[in-house]
Design a protein around this ligand. Structure first.
Ligand code: HEM
Length: 183
């Protein structure tokens, strides 16, 4: 799989690694969720990122290289987007805690069906914070903090808005829109 360089995709795929470097979070857990890699490849990549990152430019280069093969590919078979109203009280049921129910993530009020990614959004998984709610603000801030997992993103600055828009575009290419959040 190859992606054009210098696009939002580069920025997106390199952002988590830069964040990780900054906050010192463990890479292993999240990389392990990336199913397209063998454990050895994952280990090597984790090692490379952990040891090799000395400055931001270097990190960005490595991340762009690694990123293009780490992020899941866009979906080829998306259904036409739906506009069904989904009350937020109902949305919260689709947070991955009941394996018999779908998992939904809302961005800017649009509800995406991420049921096929339980390893990321399921109960106890790294991105479960985004499941069953609209956490647009947190996405824009690259924050996994529960206090940022709210729909009101009006406080985001320009660069955070770009990040949010990139995530929105990422989801649009990968997940079916099943409705819109209503109060
Ligand atoms: C320790 C730092 C981080 C690392 C190493 C990391 C790594 C990754 C990787 C490898 C993927 C691709 C997984 C796949 O497509 O199978 C991914 C996806 C993602 N990351 Fe991170 N990430 C980090 C931090 C963050 C933070 C702080 C956020 C908060 C916004 C975030 C949000 C996401 C989201 C929403 C996805 C998309 C999952 C999907 O639907 O495929 N990540 N991350």
């Amino acid at each position: 799989m190859s992606q054009p360089s210098g696009t939002w995709y580069d920025t997106l795929t390199s952002t988590p690694v830069l964040i990780a470097t900054a906050v010192g979070v463990s890479f292993a857990a999240i990389f392990a969720a990336s199913s397209s890699k063998t454990p050895q490849q994952v280990k090597e990549q984790v090692k490379e990122v952990k040891n090799g990152v000395v400055n931001a430019a270097d990190a960005k280069g490595k991340a762009a290289q690694a990123g293009a093969s780490i992020m899941s590919a866009p979906a080829a078979d998306l259904a036409p987007p739906k506009d069904d109203p989904i009350p937020s009280s109902e949305l919260s049921q689709y947070d991955g805690s009941d394996p018999s129910k779908p998992i939904y993530v809302a961005i800017k009020g649009r509800v995406f069906d991420v049921t096929n990614k339980p390893e990321m959004y399921g109960k106890g998984k790294g991105y479960n914070i985004f499941a069953g709610r609209d956490a647009s603000k947190g996405l824009g801030m690259s924050s996994l903090d529960i206090k940022d997992a709210v729909p009101d993103y009006s406080s985001l600055n320009e660069s955070q808005m770009n990040t949010l828009n990139q995530w929105e575009s990422f989801f649009e290419k990968r997940y079916n829109v099943v409705g819109k959040v209503v109060p």
